[in-house]
Write a protein that binds this ligand. Structure first.
Ligand code: MG
Length: 166
């Protein structure tokens, strides 16, 4: 069967990971979180925003965050990742897509996401231009296994669905 090229509904997946380090700020989904360790990265290392940005760009077939914001560019140093997410949303809108809904899983032993979840949902919803009810954020531990279990870093998986508006 020929592939339907005019599909009006798209799905994208994004993954990101960052290493923990003392002396760095911890920001997830655009929300600053009190923690002994933060995340290392060229930008503010907000893995939630990075995975979500890739999911949105991927759903639209418009590349990825590394192409859009190279880590060789000094302009991106310590950059607020909510701004990158907003720029990706603008790019997909300009291409005739609208964000429908997103779902994010954050995998880390600490910090627990529960107390911050509603603030993260609201912040992401604002950047995405959708209602908080259409933004799901889940925290999962890795049951003590592997590099996540050893608290070396954090991983994030995001799914985004888009509709074609034009
Ligand atoms: Mg990243």
């Amino acid at each position: 069967m020929p592939r339907e090229t005019g599909a009006s509904f798209r799905v994208g997946v994004g993954y990101d990971s960052h290493r923990f380090s003392a002396g760095r700020a911890l920001k997830l989904g655009g929300v600053s979180i009190q923690s002994d360790v933060g995340l290392v990265g060229h930008s503010d290392a907000d893995a939630v925003c990075h995975a979500l940005t890739d999911a949105i760009l991927g759903a639209a077939g418009l590349g990825d965050i590394g192409e859009m914001f190279p880590d060789t560019d000094e302009a991106n140093r310590d950059r607020d990742s909510i701004d990158m997410l907003k720029a990706a949303v603008k790019r997909i809108r300009d291409a005739g897509f609208a964000v429908n809904q997103v779902d994010v899983a954050v995998i880390a032993e600490a910090p627990r996401l529960g107390p911050h979840r509603e603030r993260i949902r609201a912040r992401l919803a604002g950047a995405l231009g959708i209602d908080s009810a259409s933004v799901s954020v889940k925290g999962k531990s890795n049951e003590g296994m592997g590099w996540i279990g050893r608290k070396e870093g954090i991983a994030c998986i995001a799914i985004a669905t888009l509709t074609k508006t034009s």
